[in-house]
Design a binder for this molecule. Structure first.
Ligand code: HEM
Length: 383
């Protein structure tokens, strides 16, 4: 049990952790991977290279420390992270390992400021936070029923198709073990795993269709010019073909629709259209597509994916295509918002940052804004 004295110590050392967060995180990961190289198969090495994962960890540490008295305010974040952890098969045993190396990294970085009292308080705080995560994830594994016992399963690629001027690969995937497809909600993602040079790499891809009990459908954008290259996207695009099998964990994610909204505003940036497309189709299936407005930004005009499908789902006045010469503006957003609008956004961190700034300038309630990005979400928090 965390005592009042521990809480005081944890809160009073937050500034020190803020100052040293990057060093703590990098020491932590260096020592963790040295002692447990198998964990390199779990962590997304592309996110590690661009610094998003270490930053996400650091931001979570600040947040948890600041809210140590009432961790319940963090529950929405904890569920988002819990879904990612479940998709990557993080188990309670891993929390003990992570806790050990985190405490060691704090001790090494803070040196003589890491007194036994400070380390003890952080150890208790970590256990408190970890047990909340473990409980959430236990619930998520249990939701999968018998499938919750499985590790990554094999899926067969039944269709592979180049779309959007050949810049995006659409895959339809079927279970190989003959068991029923695990149901999911529009907006959730599938985690695919490939092996390269002796390591596994994992990546989450939004499902592009609502659940149909036959196939899981995803769309993959190959980032040819970006550094570091997304290993999984490149590997699948270039080296996986129809008839091949690929490892996957079952659908996860808490970016899902609220029921009973009177207006849904979807804001997609580039490949971010995938998750939103599934949501729009889901609303169409439920006879609610007239409640939808879609703003879809692509950098170059005519480069968007699924355009014909979008045009068949929505009327002209419900679909607003944007590009570099006609970008997203605060005025456009303002003109599409009502006080009841539920806003769903998906895109790159910088695109979401811009859209969130405009939404806040429009005084749209944050509780009605939901977003999904392709990088660890807490790396988006500003210090
Ligand atoms: C992702 C925090 C424990 C493995 C994340 C993210 C956060 C986080 C904030 C980013 C989520 C996002 O994408 O939005 C924490 C905290 C933990 C904890 C606070 C302890 C209380 C663990 C453990 C493991 C683990 C025990 C397993 C060894 C991962 C992996 C990712 C992740 C593999 C995804 C990385 C990626 O794909 O980029 N975690 N985590 N975490 N966490 Fe944890």
């Amino acid at each position: 049990m965390i005592t009042e004295a521990d809480k005081e110590i944890v809160k009073s050392t937050v500034p020190l952790l803020r100052e040293n967060a990057k060093e703590i995180a990098s020491t932590f990961y260096r020592d963790l991977f040295k002692a447990h190289p198998a964990l390199l198969n779990t962590f997304n090495q592309t996110n590690m290279k661009i610094g998003a994962q270490p930053l996400a960890l650091a931001n979570t540490i600040y947040l948890a420390a600041e809210n140590i008295d009432h961790l319940d305010v963090l529950m929405p974040w904890i569920y988002t992270i819990g879904h990612k952890h479940r998709a990557l098969m993080v188990k309670p045993i891993h929390y003990r390992i992570v806790g050990h190396f985190l405490l060691n990294a704090i001790a090494k970085t803070l040196d003589d400021k890491a007194t036994p009292e400070v380390l003890n308080a952080w150890s208790v705080a970590y256990s408190t936070i970890a047990s909340v995560f473990i409980d959430v994830e236990k619930e998520l594994y249990a939701d999968l029923g018998e499938d919750g016992q499985e590790n990554f399963i094999s899926l067969k690629i039944v269709k592979k198709e180049l779309i959007a001027n050949e810049t995006i690969t659409a895959l339809a995937l079927e279970r190989c073990d003959g068991r029923a497809m695990c149901p999911y909600l529009a907006g959730q993602y599938l985690t695919l795993r490939v092996q390269k040079e002796g390591l596994f790499y994992n990546r989450h891809y939004s499902l592009t269709h609502p659940f149909n009990s036959k196939t899981y459908n995803v769309a993959i954008k190959q980032e040819k010019d970006e550094q570091p290259l997304g290993v999984v996207s490149n590997e699948i695009t270039e080296n996986f073909f129809e008839g091949d099998t690929i490892l996957a964990s079952l659908p996860a994610g808490n970016f899902v629709l609220v029921n009973d909204a009177s207006h849904y505003l979807f804001i997609a940036g580039g490949i971010g259209i995938t998750a939103l497309l599934a949501m729009i189709k889901d609303l169409k299936n439920k006879g609610k597509s007239d409640l939808v407005t879609l703003i879809y930004y692509v950098s170059r005009k005519g480069q968007g994916a699924f355009i014909e499908e979008i045009q068949s789902l929505l009327d002209k006045d419900q679909y607003i295509p944007l590009d570099k010469s006609n970008p997203l503006t605060k005025d456009l957003l303002q003109s599409k918002l009502t006080s009841n609008t539920q806003v769903y956004m998906c895109g790159s961190p910088s695109f979401l940052d811009t859209a969130r700034t405009y939404l806040s300038e429009c005084n749209h309630p944050e509780s009605q804004v939901y977003f999904e990005t392709f990088q660890p979400r807490l790396s988006l928090l500003k210090n």
